[in-house]
Write a protein that binds this ligand. Structure first.
Ligand SMILES: Cc1cc2nc3c(=O)[nH]c(=O)nc-3n(C[C@H](O)[C@H](O)[C@H](O)COP(=O)(O)O)c2cc1C
Length: 171
């Protein structure tokens, strides 16, 4: 039977959604049948043989949809190969990347039954001029780590596509 992969993502401003689209496209190019869905729309994992989960980090936590998804599909996910990616770092600074990976590992530790076949962090996208009301208030606080941080988009499309190709060989 042909491998059917679900790429499920959570996204507030669309940057993780775009990464998920690129991963889905690459998996498809590698000969896999792929569905791309927002996590909150997924009702069942019955027809899938592998899952890719992508979520941004906000305030050191996964998007809430990722928590809901993992709790809702706990049983099915223990029987499938699952790859996980998170978006977060907004610069090329090594320290920031290490910190974001630690944030992701802490979130994953809340789901000890989940044994991802692969875990990856990708750079994120940030636009201080296009934030929802509460995020806008947050980043305006002088104590916020995002206070006065300029707009950036450090998504590395080459690395994203390479990761997707490596998953295709694992699924
Ligand atoms: C209010 C706010 C808080 C954020 N907090 C974190 C964080 O704690 N850790 C992190 O790695 N990235 C953080 N980010 C960066 C986002 O993860 C990044 O912008 C990501 O690309 C957003 O994904 P989305 O466009 O799919 O929502 C934050 C961004 C905003 C706007």
């Amino acid at each position: 039977m042909k491998t059917r992969v679900l790429v499920a993502c959570a996204s507030k401003y669309g940057s993780t959604q775009e990464v998920a689209e690129s991963i889905a496209e690459k998996l498809s190019e590698n000969g896999l049948a792929v569905d791309l869905e927002p996590m909150k729309k997924v009702k069942s994992l019955e027809e899938y043989s592998a899952v890719v989960l992508g979520s941004p980090l906000y305030l050191m936590h996964w998007h809430k949809d990722a928590h809901v998804f993992l709790s809702r599909h706990h049983e099915a996910l223990t029987k499938l190969p699952v790859a996980v990616f998170a978006l977060g770092p907004l610069s090329d600074e090594e320290e920031e990347w290490k910190e974001v990976r630690a944030q992701l590992d802490k979130e994953l530790a809340k789901f000890p039954w989940l044994r991802p076949v692969d875990i990856e962090v990708f750079g994120g996208k940030f636009d201080p001029h296009n934030l929802h009301f509460t995020d806008n208030l947050l980043v305006k606080l002088p104590a916020s780590p995002l206070h006065n941080v300029p707009a950036s988009d450090v998504r590395d499309w080459k690395a994203i596509r390479a990761w997707a190709s490596s998953l295709a060989t694992q699924f």
